[in-house]
Design a binder for this molecule. Structure first.
Ligand code: PEP
Ligand code: MG
Length: 591
């Protein structure tokens, strides 16, 4: 009988890392293992097998911990230490022993059953701290089961061929250990934009879509799948014409990438009329320092420190933070690094601190508010940062500032920490600058006063737009109302910049607007002299700057600021961008 043609299935989730991947699906922990229940005669012998499997797991985990410590640092290595600790968990062995004696079933069946129970529980619990721990237990359970079954433990460490990984979710240890060379794309049923996996995927530029909910049940091993991380979609069993369309789009993107890499020059980008515009990178991981340097940035304009704190059950110690910050500034030296103090809360929950549910987390106990209420956390981070400041070029920026009193209170804490370090003879950079993020309309409207008390400003447009337009930045249903070209937003940008200029302090942009090449001319025209963005955006924005006439950009911005409609402004900037044709020129020049 002829087989039925496969139907193309498009699915939509959340794109967390842009780009297109096309390849065979590699299923990973999509469904639970089927381990049949077989009876046993000797519970003691089974328990000995369990102990042996735990021993093997300990040896592997210890080796993984050492290797990760060297390659990715303490934060990632801590994941494996947590797993080693779980192996020693007193509750697990007695539970296995009790069931072996009572049920007289094979130990692999019992361990698999325990894993199944945890998976089920995981699907039901709300408490993020508990979820975290259950996730780790699952990970450890699977490892033990692998040894009991004497099967090669399913792992993403060594993939035989390039493939798209399809998983229910990836645990932190799985994400850290992925074979980066053969992972073309990632698609998961669970997960959100701030999950460990999403952050790693972005850092390593692997096209990724999460939150697909039912992908795992609709796809089989080896099925062709397209992952469009830019649009947040996945297509299973694509038709030939769909494949063709995506292949040519992917090729176009690849050619562009090569053309941009070839055209890249060292140092700041220079406009057609000779104005140097430094461009900086936004990073979250140590590993990104390498990518950002390769993209020819002039330093890190925003280092989001949250990653060290999220997706774990306990707070990092001052020592762990110090090590990490030191490695980041050393990796970037002699280029400068602007480190942002903890911006937790909102969409980035820290279970051990922000466990309480809030009605409006984006307007709630987050960021600098949390830090000022928890001086223990804030001071430990500041001490670590100040100690690391002697190892490179560093400045510190405070997030979510809404008022002068708040900035001064935070500055006072910085001064106290400095004084404490001085007393103890611990060196730090005495000249270290302290700046304020401008990501609330309140901060933008009092930028002239803020500029009197801080050393520099940086505009976080992601939050600024959200708060100015009262639109949740992560809500798909209101995404059309999230308009960077809204006149109110542009006026806040202009107002903040002119306040900084009047006070003679630097003011750049570090939100996503800075990484959108369509907006580059408008931003330069308004007067911004530095931009900070994710490394993936650097080549395109740098090429755009080199194709812009600053004098023309200024005239253009004046015209735009007289307009009213956000959609008309967007259409106009897009038209200008198209007619400049920077990328086409680059490709033609290359050909
Ligand atoms: C911003 O709000 O623009 C910003 C840069 O910070 P984050 O995206 O981390 O909130
Ligand atoms: Mg922000």
């Amino acid at each position: 009988m002829a087989s039925l043609p496969q139907i193309e299935i498009p699915l939509y989730g959340i794109g967390v890392s842009p780009g297109i991947a096309i390849g065979p699906a590699r299923m990973f922990h999509v469904t639970a293992l089927d381990v049949p229940a077989s009876s046993i005669e000797d519970p003691a012998a089974e328990l000995a097998r369990f102990d042996e499997a735990v021993k093997k797991a300990r040896v592997t985990l210890t080796a993984l911990k050492e290797q990760t410590l060297d390659e990715l640092g303490e934060k990632h290595a801590a994941i494996f230490q947590a797993h080693i600790d779980l192996l020693d968990d007193v509750a697990l062995r007695p539970e296995v022993e009790r069931r072996l004696n009572e049920e007289k079933l094979s130990v692999e069946y019992l361990v698999n059953d325990l894993i199944g129970r945890y998976t089920k529980m995981l699907g039901q619990v709300q408490d993020p701290l508990f979820r975290e721990r259950s996730n780790d237990l699952l990970d450890v359970g699977r490892r033990i089961l692998g040894y009991l079954l004497e099967e090669e433990l399913e792992s993403l460490e060594h993939l035989e061929e390039p493939c798209v990984i399809v998983a229910h979710d990836l645990s932190p240890s799985e994400a850290v250990n992925m074979d980066l060379t053969n992972t073309m794309g990632l698609a998961t049923d669970a997960g959100g934009p701030t999950s460990h996996m999403a952050i790693i995927a972005r850092a390593f530029q692997i096209p990724t879509v999460v939150g697909l909910r039912y992908l795992g049940s609709r796809i089989g091993k080896g099925d062709t799948v397209i992952v469009d991380g830019t649009k947040g979609s996945v297509i299973i069993h694509p038709r030939e014409e769909t494949l063709e369309r995506y292949r040519s789009e992917k090729q176009r993107q690849e050619e562009l990438r090569l053309a941009l890499a070839e055209a890249a020059t060292e140092g700041p980008s220079v406009t057609l009329d000779g104005k140097e515009i430094p461009t900086y990178a936004n990073i979250e991981l140590l590993a990104e320092t390498h990518l950002s340097k390769r993209a020819k940035c002039q330093g890190v304009g925003l280092y989001r420190t949250e990653f060290l704190f999220i997706n774990r059950a306990s707070l990092p110690t001052e020592e762990e933070q110090y090590e990490h910050y030191r490695r980041i500034v050393e990796a970037m030296a002699p280029l400068p690094v602007t480190v942002r103090t903890l911006d937790l809360g909102g969409d980035k929950a820290l279970p051990s601190v922000t466990a309480e549910r809030e009605t409006n987390p984006q307007l709630g106990w987050r960021s600098i508010r949390l830090c000022l209420d928890r001086p223990d956390i804030f001071k430990s981070q500041l001490r670590a940062l100040l100690r690391a400041s002697v190892h490179g070029e560093m400045q510190i920026i405070l997030p979510m500032i809404t008022g002068i009193d708040q900035f001064l209170e935070a500055k006072q804490v910085v001064e106290e920490v400095k004084e404490d370090l001085r007393q103890r003879g611990v060196p730090f950079d005495e000249e270290l600058k302290l700046g304020s993020m401008v990501e609330t309309p309140a901060a933008a409207l009092i930028a002239d006063r803020l500029a009197q008390v801080c050393d520099f400003l940086s505009i976080g447009t992601n939050d600024l737009i959200q708060y100015c337009l009262a639109v949740d930045r992560a809500n798909q249903r209101t995404a059309h109302l999230y308009q960077p070209t809204h006149l109110s937003v542009l006026r806040l940008l202009e107002k903040t910049l002119s306040a900084a200029k009047a006070a003679d302090i630097p003011c750049g942009i570090c939100g996503e607007m800075a990484g959108d090449p369509v907006l580059t001319e408008l931003l330069l025209g308004i007067g911004f002299a530095s931009l900070s963005m994710s490394s993936i955006s650097l080549p395109r924005v740098r090429a755009e700057i080199a194709n812009i006439h600053l004098a023309t950009a200024k005239r253009f911005a004046r015209k735009v600021l007289k307009m009213s409609s956000a959609s008309e402004i967007r259409a106009l900037v897009e038209e200008r961008y198209e007619s400049r044709g920077t990328l086409k020129h680059l490709q033609t020049a290359k050909a």
